[in-house]
Design a protein around this ligand. Sequence first.
Ligand code: AHR
Length: 486
Amino acid sequence: MKKVYLVFPEKIGTISPRLYGAFIEHLGSVIYDGIYCGEDSGAEHINGFRKDIIDAVKQAGISVLRWPGGCFAESYDWKDGIGPKKDRPVRVGWWTKFDGIYETNQVGTDEFMNFTQLCGAEPYIAANITSTTPLNIRDWVDYCNSPAGTTTMAKLREANGHKEPYNVKLWGVGNENFGGGGNMTPQYYAWEFRRFSELMCNVTPDIEMIACGCGAQRDDYIWHREVLDNFATTRSPRKTVAAMALHYYTNSSDCLEPENFDKNDWNKLIGIAAGMEEAITRLWGMALGNQQEHIGKLAIDEWGCWYNSGDMTAPLWQQQSYQLDAAVAGLTLNIFNNHCDKILLATIAQMVNGLQSLFIAHGDQCFRTPTYHVFEMYKAHQNAQCIRTLAEDSDISVSASIKDNTLTATVVNLSCESGAVVRLDPLGGRFTGDATIRILGNGDLNAHNSFETPDYLVPIDTVAENFDGTLEIPRGAVATVSVSVL
Ligand code: AHR
């Protein structure tokens, strides 16, 4: 029996829905053939966007959609993607040299905004700061946010059929500028941030700008620290930085796709995923040390499993999602909940046909992956009060929250070898009545969904009468418990 303590009186904070976001980049078939099947597709769609994805995103409460990249953002000119679709230019994108795909600009700003509205999600736009000018990005914010009938950009938006402003609050200022985004030094980046952000917030003073923090899988904390240090010496970023981005992938160049790997690969990747907690704590510690709590929250806007890291070809797109992905998603979202006081938002990479995807789509077909089901199983945490939890066993990952006298506990059995009997022990409160228990995983570590068997791995619901806190979780599986509490 593995004990987990739920400390009811110790509240960590409210779990923002923004922790449950996803990333969609112009890369491989994430956009075209992914979210966007096109208006002539045989798949059911709304304005060319797959209806089954829209419905599923709403069902799981995916809250934020980050777009258009990623690395792609740093080669993107937003003006290519507005106006009549037939007149839009075809460009070489950032990823063309890897995926061989030319950017047709059929999905641009107005289409992305339409997709977010259909999904009921908040838009988060990543702005290019390496191959365009601050004025051009200022115009983009202007196009999105200026009131109807005011500026030339607002009138252009109206001429394109969108009179009312989109009021986009979340803006990334650059992407991975330590690497694919210009190979800058942290000092140089901080100055570029100033140049761009100053003009961007002229349009919308209260926009929330995300500065480029580190990619922690490379242990690149120094970048993060030096950007923070640079911001500490000036007034301006204090007004404008809402959070520092963190990119954290679960990858290891010596691990193959999970279909082929063994117990050592599983343990290694789970260990890397668990390292997210250290990254969050260390980076938050840096901000506290600099008295920069006001800008030091994290926007973890790329995370997830990236198999065969280092190989920029096939596994980067249409990576299959297995039981390991479900365990990593459950573990990571538990970490986010438990550190909800330090995180502004998080978006998994990438929502469709990418790395750790929620959906895989092609032609008129689409299925939900195990990772999708984890998001849906964790939905009840959104806007709930996270309480402190403690698992006695390191193979168990947990988070718990309370909303309207209902407790939601999400528990992952991280062991790939044996099932676990877990006992939830409430301290300072008690369970009342029956619990609903949902389990994703049947002990088959190769389990995954496919076009042929789209629902092979889905959550199975049971009711535990007069719940005493006990549940059984197969190896590698994710569980959600929902029960009334006093
Ligand atoms: O998600 C794929 C890529 O990973 C993104 O474009 C980039 O930001 C990161 O290196």
